[in-house]
Design a protein around this ligand. Structure first.
Ligand code: MF3
Ligand code: CO
Ligand code: CO
Length: 265
């Protein structure tokens, strides 16, 4: 089955803007709680309750069960240090020096907004901070490639070139994705590639860009929980994610809110 890329209507886009802003506002809300001593389950509970009770959004990860996966048991993903993505909240306590990605996906009025940020817990090493900062820059190098007539490969190429020049590696097994009424739609948005390759972008497409960048080698492993992805060499990994709309002239970042860091570079 090859589902095709859906082009969003103006009414769809208005709903995507709302879902995107709400997803980002969950990150704004949780930011002051990301401190040494908090458990990832507490962060999950706080986010869950904020989404359901304050925003009246649906946490898309909860019970999400794509083919080959058991249902995801929490409402957010919390990926710490050498965890690449899809870390499951639990009783682990965040400690000074950890870096953690919080990945939020909400559903509002039938549409998804998907975004993640890195958080430094207390004081972190210079290497950890550099990885987080440069991964954010890599995301923005990808975002700035988005315009009608450009190609998905332009995005991947820009991210890969920047990350590898910094001495890092790009995870290949996970990618950005079309998003809308479905959490994961066509197309796949690779974070590596060749300029001019792949699908041509058209106004009205919505997709995420969410590079996972490793300080060491790109190889990954999945843990026995069926979800958590870690670096094979246990090197640190970072990820940032935005949901993007292709406009008539370029791009619009849908997952912005008052607490979003400013655009990199
Ligand atoms: N939010 C992730 C993404 O960016 C997907 C998480 S799936 C889950 O695509 F089930 F782990 F939540
Ligand atoms: Co995503
Ligand atoms: Co996400």
């Amino acid at each position: 089955m090859t589902a095709s890329v859906t082009l969003k209507t103006p009414a769809d886009i208005e709903k995507m803007r709302i879902a995107g802003r709400l997803a980002s506002e969950v990150l704004d809300y949780i930011t002051p709680h990301v401190q040494p001593g908090v458990t990832t389950d507490e962060l999950d509970r706080l986010c869950h309750d904020y989404m359901v009770e304050v925003q009246q959004t649906i946490p898309a990860p909860l019970n999400y069960a794509p083919k080959g996966h058991r249902p995801y048991p929490r409402s957010i993903c919390t990926s710490i240090n050498h965890q690449v993505c899809h870390g499951i909240p639990g009783d682990r306590i965040l400690k000074n020096g950890d870096i953690v990605n919080l990945d939020i996906t909400v559903i509002k009025d039938g549409f998804h907004g998907d975004t993640s940020r890195m958080f430094c817990v207390g004081e972190v090493s210079r290497q950890a901070r550099r990885l987080c900062d440069l991964t954010y820059e890599a995301l923005w190098h990808g975002i700035r490639c988005v315009a009608p007539g450009r190609h998905l490969g332009d995005i991947g190429h820009a991210i890969q070139r920047f990350a590898e020049q910094a001495g890092y590696s790009v995870v290949r097994e996970f990618c950005g994705h079309g998003i809308g009424r479905a959490f994961h739609e066509e197309p796949q948005v690779l974070h590596y590639g060749r300029r001019g390759a792949g699908l041509e972008l058209k106004s009205g497409m919505t997709f995420t860009i969410e590079p996972m960048i490793n300080a060491g080698k790109r190889d990954i492993r999945q843990l026995g929980d069926g979800w958590t992805i870690v670096t094979a060499d246990h090197s640190l990994s970072a990820q940032w994610e935005h949901t993007i709309l292709v406009t008539d002239v370029g791009f619009e970042v849908l997952t912005l809110s008052a607490g979003s860091p400013s655009a990199a570079g």
